[in-house]
Design a protein around this ligand. Sequence first.
Ligand SMILES: Cc1ncc(COP(=O)(O)O)c(C=O)c1O
Length: 402
Amino acid sequence: MNPAKPQPAASISSHPRLSAKAERFTESVIREMTRLALKHGAVNLSQGFPDFPAPAEIKHAAQEAISADINQYAITWGAKRFRDAIAEKFEHAQGMAVDPEREITVCCGSTEAMMSTMMAIINPGDEVVVFEPFYENYGPDAILSGAAPRFVKLRAPDWTFDPDDLAAAFGPATKAIILNTPNNPTGKVFERSELEAIRDLCLRWNAFAITDEIYEHMLYDGAKHTSMATIDGMRERTITINALSKTYSVTGWRVGWAIASPEVTSAIRKVHDFMTVGAAAPLQEAGAAALKFPQSYYDTLAREYALRRDRLLAILAGAGFHCFKPRGAYYIMTDIAAFGFPDDVAFAKYLVTEIGVAAVPGSSFYNDPADGRTHLRFTFCKTEKTFQAAANRLAKLPYPRR
Ligand SMILES: Cc1ncc(COP(=O)(O)O)c(C=O)c1O
């Protein structure tokens, strides 16, 4: 060995530096809670996936598609039958015609639809406005696409925002606002007047609205879902994200889509093609069948989720939680201050290990963890058996001092 010649260092710490972007966020807290629930045998009220069967019709349609050998790549931006069904359903539900040939991209879940959208529109120096608390993926989505997030608070108990806060978050660098209605984790359903206020700012600052509408059918107490794309002046600057995951109880299928103007769609399609090529072909065929379900399917879905919401509200209130009653989606945000724990993470760990119930610490929905330290989120996309088991375990929880 020639000592004068630089040698590659042998130590393990000398491996090439990892992505600085990836270093800026942690693994998903929500999905970690599911793993902890499994490890401790806890009742899992953390991650939003149903523990009841998907509709028989969608499962049969998937089985038939596989038997019929629809097992090779679909068109990269989505099987024609599925895109046609997405356009038909959007028009039926929202009264807006979209062109399945030029305005729809089918992706691997709404997760990929959001990421492909962000990568398709963001340039260095761009900012995105995000309401918080927010679905935790939006933070890493912003980092990975290179956008700087500007957060605007939704304030309890009814999760309204201050129009001045929103106006202050917009500016010449704003590329988009990310909106999620019905909202995870708060259960807020944005009113038309709120969407119009957002529209005014998007027009003023020439910004897109990216709207995640994955809980569009989970609405309670007469709440109505309005798609941002249908607000006057917003059709061309809205990207509507949705998926099969929640509406048809198939979160593991990973099929979602983005609806956008032809120009935006062609950019999304390019990113999507090189990121994933396409979503599972037979499951897109099953999706085409599901999107043709009659209105009664969606009415029953909302009615059954309202009953589940009320069941979990009663259980949590009985155990001493202060609950914020959701008007949409399938989560209950709670306030845990009265339990006297140092913070949400300490309480969530105690709940999963000592009491046997998994929930998500509120801090995972905020940019500054301190803002979520008195919150814990529970999901109610569960069966009565699961609720009963959770109720039995939560009965062991010492009732908080007021
Ligand atoms: C607001 C929101 N968007 C997107 C997703 C993920 O959706 P998908 O399974 O379609 O990727 C979730 C899952 O919990 C969610 O709550």
